[in-house]
Design a protein. Structure first.
Length: 535
């Protein structure tokens, strides 16, 4: 295998008329170390003749077995350490290979990198540019949507296919399937450089909307048994909803744009279209009866409470002066120590959930404040050097003494990751802390930050320097001063029940997990930040 060679694999089935443009776009690359393989999947047109007019191009023929099989054949015969797949009717821009291979050579752990693409007519009239920005959580984002969109923007390492190949049972969405399988096990990346052109015409497979929808849902459903994290499962569910809405809209748009009366008749006999109409009608119909107004008038208040507690009548609100406050009917909290004396603080559940989800960013040389418990717990074997910062010499574990709001003794570009949990609110000049963190992070390094939103103030010594609480919007504004918006992700955690329980000092074991996991963006107990320093 040639470590600098890029193999471009072009499957072709009766697309000989488009093939010269695709091959020329490969030959015109600024990066010269390429091999081009055409896999003729049983074509009956001039695919063979077209290919053989290019002496430097390798031609492989197989009986018609489908796109996945053709790609696998190309992989089997490839000599490059890097692979790119281009459809016979699409194009690569001249610097596509050079840009992606440079990216993969710098980021040696990545299994593949993807970029942006243009959509044009077959006559190369530009329609639009598809340019998604994804910095974090690539696998979860892929579950929610196929942000890559066009596989010609992807460059794979050859070894990614040592453990998985294209699924020959899939007649569409085989590229989306392979992205998910690889991204589940390996790090991947995405950038905004436009690399290729998707040329739209009537022969595109993606024009068959019901077929595309059923196939993409099949691909997503296959992932379910591999998912254990709740956020992954939620992302999967969101993805199924997103794809369903997207393809339903496309089908309705087709119906609305019909100009031929005969086409209207075809839609009325299309079972897929009828099913969509039924589902939409059913949702609206059920919504009419959702509140069961006639029951509200005959069930007594006690019965409504019982239905609410059983999970029915979710919209129940007790009348004015009929609220039961129970154990919350008091003027002092159950705990004055954030719930540590009742099994642990509620906010720590959100903080540790955030760090667990971001654990792939905790590696190399890591800075944490006060101790390195989270560094070791979530970084594990990825930790090379663990540094502990403390404000003074009273902490024997500290390896660096200083104040993050003014730390000239710490060199620029020093850390791969900074863990700054529940600290910013104790510093009056919090903007200076963010500025320092940005300065001392290495390019590509991650700041993982948590701050309190709805919170009690410490009854002990920290209460004297407890200056702030924050909101998600405040953190967005603050982070934008130093970190690119596309490289920062702000999340909030909490709901009215979690906030109330936290204020009263209830312990984590006293709260059901499902009561903590419900998210109400107007009840922000904890705000989290993932910010990457641009390279």
């Amino acid at each position: 295998m040639n470590s600098s060679l890029v193999t471009i694999i072009i499957p072709c089935f009766n697309h000989g008329k488009y093939l010269p443009d695709a091959i020329d776009s490969c030959l015109n690359q600024t990066y010269s170390e390429i091999e081009i393989i055409i896999v003729d999947d049983g074509s009956t047109d001039n695919t063979c003749e077209v290919t053989k007019s290019y002496p430097s191009v390798t031609y492989l023929y197989q009986k018609n077995q489908g796109l996945s099989s053709a790609r696998n054949t190309g992989i089997k015969h490839s000599n490059g350490a890097f692979l790119v797949f281009l459809d016979a009717d699409d194009l690569l821009l001249h610097d596509a290979i050079a840009y992606n291979i440079e990216y993969l050579k710098k980021e040696t752990k990545l299994a593949f990198v993807s970029g942006a693409h243009q959509v044009s007519t077959i006559d190369n009239i530009k329609i639009k540019t598809i340019n998604e920005s994804v910095v974090f959580d690539h696998f979860q984002t892929l579950l929610r949507k196929n942000y890559i969109g066009m596989h010609a923007t992807v460059m794979f390492r050859r070894e990614a296919f040592d453990e998985v190949l294209y699924d020959t049972t899939l007649k569409a969405c085989e590229d989306y399937d392979i992205y998910l399988k690889i991204a589940k096990k390996h790090p991947i990346a995405h950038h905004n450089k436009v690399l290729s052109v998707y040329r739209r015409h009537q022969e595109n497979m993606s024009n068959n909307i019901p077929f595309m929808l059923s196939t993409v849902l099949k691909v997503l459903n296959r992932q379910k048994h591999n998912l254990s994290k709740k956020d992954d499962l939620l992302a999967l569910q969101e993805g199924k909803q997103n794809f369903t809405k997207y393809y339903h809209k496309l089908l309705f748009d087709q119906y609305k744009n019909c100009t031929n009366p005969f086409e209207y008749i075809l839609f009325l006999f299309d079972t897929n279209f009828i099913k969509i109409i039924y589902k939409r009608f059913k949702v609206k119909l059920m919504g009419r009866f959702k509140n069961y107004k006639f029951l509200k008038n005959i069930i007594p208040l006690k019965g409504k409470r019982i239905l609410f507690n059983l999970g029915f009548h979710k919209g129940f609100l007790p009348p004015i002066k009929k609220v039961k406050s129970g154990d919350f009917d008091r003027l002092s909290p159950f705990s004055k120590n954030f719930g540590y004396d009742r099994g642990g603080p509620i906010d720590r559940y959100y903080i540790e959930k955030f760090l667990e989800e971001a654990s792939d960013m905790i590696y190399g040389r890591i800075l944490e404040i006060g101790d390195n418990d989270y560094t070791l717990r979530f970084g594990k074997e990825k930790v090379k050097t663990s540094e502990i910062l403390h404000i003074n010499e009273s902490n024997p574990k500290a390896t660096i003494i200083g104040d993050l709001s003014d730390a000239p003794q710490i060199e620029d570009n020093s850390f791969d990751c900074i863990l700054l949990t529940q600290t910013l609110h104790l510093v009056y000049d919090y903007q200076a802390v963010i500025k320092t963190c940005h300065r001392i992070l290495k390019p590509g390094g991650a700041l993982l930050l948590t701050v309190p939103g709805i919170t009690p103030i410490d009854y002990g010594e920290w209460g004297y320097t407890w200056y702030w609480s924050f909101t998600g919007q405040a953190m967005k504004k603050m982070m934008a001063e130093y970190f690119s918006k596309s490289h920062s992700k702000i999340n909030t955690y909490g709901n009215v029940y979690a906030a109330t329980a936290f204020l009263y000092g209830m312990g984590l074991p006293e709260i059901k997990k499902e009561m903590l996991d419900f998210h109400d963006p107007r009840m922000q107990v904890i705000v989290t930040v993932k910010a990457i320093k641009e390279k």
